[in-house]
Design a binder for this molecule. Structure first.
Ligand SMILES: [Zn+2]
Length: 271
């Protein structure tokens, strides 16, 4: 359960191991804010879920913040059920590729299970462009207002992601975001609005989004991966990858530093 979801906008960073999780938690702790750590469906299935949860919850507690665990874009009902069983704080059922009736039906199916366990559910209406977890969406299929309205009326979803000009991956140029669609969702319901594709958005845009209506969660995934890459490139530059005197821990530290700096900067935008 993400207890402060309704209070302020939270950033959600994709993580995949202890080092990336630690870097994000440390950055959030330094900013004195709670944070969401999310995993793609693929990473979720690779990781030791129980141990990862135990580490993240314990470490965040020691750092005096809440780190919420979220399962991002998942189409596999078995994986979602597992995350509910494993006490993830929230799960995303992504049936946005199906027709609206089926999307509603599957979302309600997950809501019934999740709410029983006090776990929140995020769903998506209209497909968000870009590549996420090896699923490539070429064209933007912006949801019609009627579909959004119907979805919100026929489900008791806790967070809604809507394609409104955002995309996964890095943007080529400045994205043209349809703020009117965010206003529309806020006019018809109090459901928190989730912004996917926060990577590569200008700081001013992220700040503006965080202050808009019911935007309560902004996802950053690609930039965590790029920070990881930067950490490796920095290690290379500093000669840390030379065979002689090679120390894995120094490379890990360099990756940690890059992710920490990125997360610390992003968290500063929404304060
Ligand atoms: Zn997404």
């Amino acid at each position: 359960m993400i207890s402060d979801l309704n209070k302020k906008c939270l950033l959600a960073f994709n993580i995949w191991d202890v080092n990336s999780a630690k870097a994000v938690i440390d950055a959030a702790s330094k900013r004195n804010t709670n944070v969401i750590l999310q995993t793609s469906s693929g990473i979720y299935q690779q990781m030791d879920v129980k141990e990862t949860r135990s580490f993240i919850k314990g470490y965040a507690k020691r750092k005096k913040i809440n780190a919420y665990l979220h399962l991002d874009h998942c189409k596999d009902l078995n994986v979602i059920e597992n995350a509910i069983l494993m006490e993830w704080d929230s799960v995303m059922i992504d049936a946005s590729d199906l027709n609206i009736e089926e999307n509603i039906r599957r979302t309600n199916q997950i809501i019934e299970l999740a709410h029983h366990a006090n776990i929140l559910v995020e769903a998506e209406v209209g497909q968000i462009k870009g590549t996420e977890d090896n699923i490539k969406i070429q064209e933007h299929s912006i949801a019609s207002r009627n579909e959004i309205k119907r979805f919100l009326m026929e489900t008791n979803v806790d967070m809604i992601a809507v394609a409104f000009g955002n995309a996964h991956g890095m943007y080529k140029g400045k994205p043209i975001l349809d703020y009117n669609l965010i206003h529309f969702v806020a006019e018809i319901s109090k459901t928190p609005f989730v912004v996917h594709g926060g990577s590569g958005m200008a700081d001013e845009e992220i700040h503006k989004l965080s202050q808009t209506d019911n935007v309560k969660k902004i996802n950053i995934s690609t930039e965590v991966k790029l920070a990881y890459r930067k950490g490796i490139l920095n290690s290379l530059k500093e000669g840390l990858l030379e065979e002689e005197e090679f120390q894995a821990s120094r490379v890990e530290q360099s990756i940690y530093d890059a992710i920490y700096q990125m997360a610390y900067h992003k968290l500063g935008i929404i304060i």
